[in-house]
Design a protein around this ligand. Structure first.
Ligand code: CUA
Length: 676
């Protein structure tokens, strides 16, 4: 950290112009808001202790669902109460985000890729995208889904509940495995919101090594690992569906299912599920292994937006892990599609006693983000359609028979609160989708203050535009770094050179290293914009010291499954009337076989080892006419099997620019006519 102003600060807009723009937006927005509002003072009774929400807040909040679409994207603060928005106008001491050539970032960031189905590795604070890791779809760059091993990963994750097969996924919430409440660098888990799937990335190799298609779940929105030691990986079901979903009984949405699923992180098998009322949205866990939480909407069990938002309340669901395990142990479950399903609905027998499996904490309707602060004392549910964040005391929740009593705070943070993240100084940061801001608030102040108070809010900063998730560095551990925060904004609008009608998202980097009570932003400073390909949803950021990837493959990691083929061992062997095995090495700048000959109609099993032991020397092996595209990292072996269906000469070439003789690095596959 230095006192030097960062580069790029000369883009600070003219303050007068900003004020004028805000005034214009305010006029336009108020004109839209005032009109349909019957009374600005009429309040909605949410039956929550000490909380009154004004109808006007809901009307404005309606923009989140498109009712007042014109509001979305306009700079806020002027519309909400509480702090004025805007940057400091420069001058504050700033953490340096510029990473000079040759230097490395302090942090690894892992971004979901949304419906691109991938995970991206981003250096923080430079925000340079370092690599992409394909997860839910085939990808040519690193040959994912092209070789037998990764093909199998995709296939095993693609059978349950898929009608047309899984061509793609909607990756949403990257989550790092933990030991002792800290990221341990072993795995990254990522869910598929498009289908009920959870994938695992092995961080030794930055490669997807398992995908589980979760039974009884059509869409997996939330994702979490159980703190402190990754006891479970949770996939959180969003869409409610009939079980079995075979068309026999489809017209009673009250009887549709939504489940919370617990997977074993090692085997990726589904251990148990809990069926709940309503649906589930985002998830997080307590820090002591006892509780997991998920927000949810649609307690109405409706099938359209109006019905789903009919009631004023929804629930934060608290999953009592030991009680659920005891129920499974005692056989108190129904086995559905091979999985023990515990009944966690409100009227379940398992929820009647002293130790219910699920506690339903009433919140304002349709809460969204679910985040546990670093000390593990409170879980927060961000309001989305309510301008508040609900703060629940986890210990109190565990002991009370009335979950509403565990609500200990409800600060009013602004319009469209979606997600909350934390620093190491007792501050929470919440994205405001409608206000297009990040609000900073003090957690203990929020517990002290009256519910609905704006007092705990210590600052707001404009973001551009309409933020969804946000993530502070190491926010999910017990000891966040407290220096950087990323706001993942859904729209970029006018921030970048136009690329036609499809715009990138905008991930903005915010310096949160300083608290400044005198400043409108509470010390937050927006320092950089970064356009991103559609459509990251969330990210997780860890110190680089916690990730320790290999430079080359360890042979023992695939010993017994695949051979290590040296130049000398390269050769071809006929294994049957119509099958051959071809094994060869690859190195700079030749394949182990200059040519190989097979018969038309042969099933060709091709095994290729990259014998290099130097980092970053990758070889490819492509036979385009047969759709073959392998990427082989140093010391690794990859395999593919195909049918040599048409006779002819086919060049086999290396796809990675590996040496000065890269172009010459070829082999020749001759497919002889069978009876020729
Ligand atoms: Cu090997 Cu190019």
């Amino acid at each position: 950290m230095t006192d030097d102003p960062p580069t790029g600060q000369d883009n600070v807009p003219d303050p007068e112009e900003v004020v004028q723009r805000h005034e214009r937006q305010l006029d336009a927005a108020l004109a839209e808001v005032e009109d349909p509002t019957p009374s600005t003072d009429e309040s909605l009774d949410l039956e929550l202790p000490g909380l009154e929400l004004h109808r006007r807040d809901f009307v404005k909040a309606g923009a989140a669902t498109g009712a007042v679409a014109g509001l979305a994207g306009c700079s806020g603060g002027l519309l909400g109460d509480g702090a004025e928005n805007g940057n400091d106008g420069g001058g504050s001491a700033n953490t340096d985000y510029h990473v000079p050539p040759g230097e490395k970032d302090t942090y690894y960031g892992f971004w979901s890729g949304g419906h691109s189905g991938e995970v991206r590795v981003v250096g923080v604070p430079s925000m340079r995208e370092i690599r992409r890791i394909p997860v839910f779809q085939k990808e040519g760059g690193v040959g994912y889904g092209h070789d037998e091993k990764t093909k199998q990963v995709l296939e095993e994750g693609g059978d349950v509940g898929s009608v047309a097969g899984h061509e793609w996924g909607d990756s949403h919430h990257p989550v790092l495995s933990e030991t002792d409440g800290d990221y341990d660098g072993r795995w990254l888990f990522i869910n598929d919101k498009g289908s009920g799937r959870v994938a695992r990335i092995d961080l030794k190799y930055f490669e997807t090594d398992a995908i589980t298609d979760i039974p009884n779940m059509q869409a997996c929105h939330g994702m979490a690992v159980q703190s402190p030691d990754t006891e479970y990986v949770y996939g959180v079901g969003e869409f409610r569906v009939p079980i079995p979903n075979d068309g026999t009984d489809y017209d009673d949405p009250d009887d549709y299912w939504s489940v919370f699923a617990a997977l074993d992180p090692e085997t990726m098998a589904v251990e148990w599920q809990v069926r709940i009322d309503g649906n589930l949205d985002n998830a997080d866990t307590g820090k002591d292994g006892e509780w997991a939480f998920a927000t949810g909407y649609n307690k109405e069990h409706a099938v359209g937006p109006q019905g789903m938002t009919h009631d004023d309340r929804d629930f934060l669901k608290a999953f009592n892990i030991p009680a659920i395990e005891a129920a499974v142990e005692a056989g108190n479950y129904e086995e559905v599609n091979g999985v023990p399903v515990v009944d966690g609905r409100q009227d379940s027998d398992l929820n009647r006693g002293d130790d219910p499996v699920v506690k339903y904490v009433p919140t304002p309707k349709s809460p969204h983000g679910c985040d546990v602060e670093p000390e593990g004392r409170y879980v927060t549910a961000s309001g989305k359609l309510s301008p508040t964040v609900t703060v629940v005391d986890i210990e109190e929740l565990a002991s009370t028979s009335d979950p509403a009593e565990a609500i200990v705070g409800q600060p009013k943070v602004g319009l469209g609160p979606l997600h909350t993240t934390f620093d190491d100084r007792g501050n929470a940061y919440t994205t405001l989708f409608i206000d297009s801001q990040v609000a900073k608030w003090d957690i203990e102040d929020a517990v002290e203050a009256e519910k609905g108070s704006t007092d705990p809010v210590t600052g707001k900063v404009d973001v551009h535009y309409n933020p969804g998730h946000l993530q502070a560095v190491e926010s999910e551990t017990t000891d966040p770094a407290g220096d950087w925060l990323i706001s993942l904004n859904k729209l970029s609008k006018d921030r970048f050179l136009s690329t036609g009608p499809i715009h990138p998202d905008n991930d903005q980097l915010i310096d949160i290293s300083e608290d400044a009570s005198s400043s409108e932003t509470g010390g937050m400073e927006l320092v950089a914009d970064h356009p991103v390909h559609p459509e990251p949803h969330d990210c997780v950021v860890t110190h680089r010291d916690k990730i320790d990837p290999n430079d080359v493959w360890d042979r023992e990691d695939y010993e017994g499954e695949k051979p290590f083929v040296t130049q000398d061992a390269s050769g071809i062997e006929r294994t049957g009337e119509q099958s051959v095995e071809v094994q060869m090495s690859s190195s700079r700048s030749q394949f182990g076989l200059q040519e190989f000959t097979v018969q038309e109609g042969d099933e060709v099993s091709l095994t290729v080892t990259n014998v290099e032991d130097v980092r970053d020397i990758i070889h490819g092996l492509a036979i385009p006419q047969y759709g073959i595209n392998l990427a082989i990292a140093p010391q690794d072996t990859r395999q593919v099997t195909f049918e040599a269906s048409e006779s002819g000469v086919y060049w086999v070439y290396c796809t990675f620019f590996c040496s000065a003789l890269h172009l010459e690095m070829r082999s020749r596959m001759i497919v002889e006519p069978r009876d020729g």
